[in-house]
Design a protein around this ligand. Structure first.
Ligand code: F0G
Length: 351
């Protein structure tokens, strides 16, 4: 059967108004990739799958929520949408607004957005505005402006974003025929962890698919939910989750508690090292996307989690192509040789 995107597939399970139109780029239906070698490297005793959300149309999981938020906005006659973003929401909002013929405005923290995300937002035709400040400050501005002007807010404070993002939990249960034992994922503004937990609970009520423990992972330099207080100057190489005041922080903590999981932090080194390990198996994700699994690896290493035959799904939220600079910056430049056989042989045979 042809695939028409998450609204088409799961609309009957989403709490959305009847006026919701359908603006889709055929998002969702992303791959759940088995990772037996990595599971073994991390100590074994569990089954590991990566839900590769970087395979969505704009390269991140944001498309699941954005198709619903933009569809609802279009249905009620909205003409312009706005969001604050560390990059992926911006690219996604811009793409879906373009698809719907709406104006989009995106606010990003100055100098802290990865190249592929900024380029995406520009390519899809958004009006991109850099703010001299953090994501958190940009978010306050967009919340206020949408109270003053008829512009729709498409950050995950918009409930329809969460409705759309629930579909990833549905897909996992549909594919595995049950919820996994553990779900690990990065946490930034905390919309995604909230959505997954809503989705798993809803599916369990409907289909008794069970509930996972949720392991939410923040970057150590931007870990307000671990520290228990906001972080005024968040810093991390994982710029997607460089957030000090998560809008859905309370719900994230509740998801962790209700699921008998937890929210922890991973250092930048742990995150980048997990990014490399995933890439070494052919799955290149952006730094933030490796945080969930970096946290899982640390919990095993520290003996905080003892795997016994568990089935674990790690959500990898965005594609590595979003942030190419981080790889090129931290790796030696490719060697340059003259166009001669001798030089090529020397280059590849010497080690
Ligand atoms: N992973 C990636 C690649 C992200 O872009 C984000 C959030 C997250 C994880 C965290 O998800 O915010 O729902 O907890 N990016 C937002 C943005 C903030 O503006 O693109 P969350």
């Amino acid at each position: 059967m042809p695939y028409f995107g998450v609204l088409h597939r799961y609309r009957h399970l989403l709490d959305i108004p009847a006026h919701t139109a359908q603006v889709s780029l055929l998002e969702g239906n992303t791959l759940l990739i088995p990772m037996p070698r990595l599971a073994k490297e991390l100590g074994g005793g569990f089954e590991l799958w990566v839900k590769f959300e970087g395979l969505n149309p704009t390269g991140s999981f944001k498309d699941r929520g954005m198709t619903v938020a933009i569809s609802e906005a279009v249905g009620r006659g909205v003409k312009a949408v706005i969001c604050a973003s560390t990059g992926n929401t911006a690219a996604s909002a811009a793409a879906y607004a373009a698809r719907a013929g709406l104006r989009s405005i995106v606010l990003i923290p100055q100098g802290k957005v990865a190249a592929g995300k900024l380029a995406g937002a520009v390519a899809y035709g958004a009006q991109v505005i850099q703010v001299e400040g953090s994501f958190d400050e940009a978010l306050s501005l967009v919340v206020e402006i949408t109270q003053r002007h008829p512009i729709a807010l498409v950050n995950s404070l918009n409930p329809y974003r969460l409705e759309g993002q629930k579909t990833a939990a549905f897909e996992i249960c549909d594919l595995l025929q049950a919820a996994p034992d553990w779900l690990c994922l990065p946490v930034g503004n905390a919309g995604n962890i909230t959505s997954y937990w809503m989705g798993f609970k809803q599916y369990d009520r409907l289909k008794t698919t069970g509930l996972p423990h949720i392991l939410g992972v923040q970057a150590a330099g931007a870990a307000p939910l671990v520290l228990g207080h906001p972080v005024d100057h968040p810093e991390t190489v994982a710029t997607a989750i460089r957030i000090g005041r998560p809008a859905r922080g309370e719900q994230a903590l509740q998801a962790a508690e209700e699921s008998a999981g937890r929210i922890i932090s991973a250092s930048d080194d742990e995150i980048l090292s997990m990014q490399r390990r995933l890439a070494a198996e052919g799955v290149w994700v952006e730094p933030a996307s490796a945080a969930g699994l970096a946290g899982w690896a640390a919990e095993i290493r520290l003996g905080n989690i003892r795997p016994h035959g568990w089935r674990v799904v790690a959500v990898c939220t965005g594609h590595g192509l979003k942030d190419p600079d981080i790889i090129t910056r931290t790796s030696p430049a490719p060697r340059l040789i003259p166009a001669e056989m001798g030089a090529l042989e020397e280059a590849i045979l010497e080690t």
